[in-house]
Design a protein around this ligand. Structure first.
Ligand code: GSH
Length: 202
């Protein structure tokens, strides 16, 4: 067993950036393990069927999966639960759900919604992620028309708004909720702010 908690992740995964955001905010000393993007199932076999990143493994061997539950676990374990604590639990629960539903869905259209942005994104992903020699090249050239043609376009079509407009509207809706405060959490960021930051950072 290691001496530091371990985060299994993909560099460009928005859910992984949520974990990186909270871990870095709390100054936690942890180890990052970048999985092979084409072998996630194989490399994450130890999760007993979850097989998605992020995965957080505690020093004692406890395995925590799913990004928002991992954030809550980190907050409780290393920070006394202060980031998740709230005077208005209904508002907090409603907005973490809003962030996880709306911002997560908006990442694919902005990255892959246009031909040029899709090519730029797949080229960047193929450079940043761990791939085999052939799968890197195959992903860079085959991944881009697939992501643009099928996935992003269908999501853009469903929403009707251009990806940039969608992000603009979502961020306006989110920050309007802050009122006069600088963060959703008030004077300091809370777990909802860090989750939103994670999606944006990715
Ligand atoms: N609800 C999960 C979603 C995680 C997820 O979909 N991760 C993607 C990478 S961005 C993944 O590992 N996909 C691999 C697969 O589904 O096989 C979370 O919030 O952690």
């Amino acid at each position: 067993m290691g001496e530091r908690p371990v985060l299994h992740m993909l560099h460009t995964c928005p859910f992984c950036w949520k974990i990186r955001s909270i871990a870095e905010h709390l100054n936690i000393d942890y180890q990052k393990v970048q999985v092979n993007a084409m072998k996630t199932k194989k490399e994450l076999k130890f999760t007993n069927g979850w097989e998605k990143v992020p995965v957080w493994t505690e020093v004692g061997g406890e395995i925590v999966v799913d990004s928002t539950p991992i954030m809550k676990h980190i907050d409780v374990t290393y920070n006394g639960g202060e980031l998740w604590n709230s005077e208005n639990v209904t508002r907090r629960d409603e907005w973490i759900e809003w962030v996880d539903t709306n911002l997560s869905k908006a990442t694919i259209p902005i990255l892959y919604g246009g031909l040029f942005s899709a090519l730029k994104t797949t080229t960047r992903v193929s450079k940043l992620e761990k791939f085999g020699f052939f799968s890197k090249r195959i992903y860079a050239w085959m991944g881009f028309p697939i992501m643009w043609g099928i996935i992003a376009r269908s999501r853009v079509k469903k929403d009707g708004r251009k990806p940039k407009q969608l992000w603009h509207d979502l961020l306006t809706e989110f920050t309007d909720e802050f009122g006069d405060a600088p963060f959703f959490g008030g004077q300091q960021p809370d777990l909802v702010d860090l989750a939103a930051f994670g999606y944006m950072r990715s």
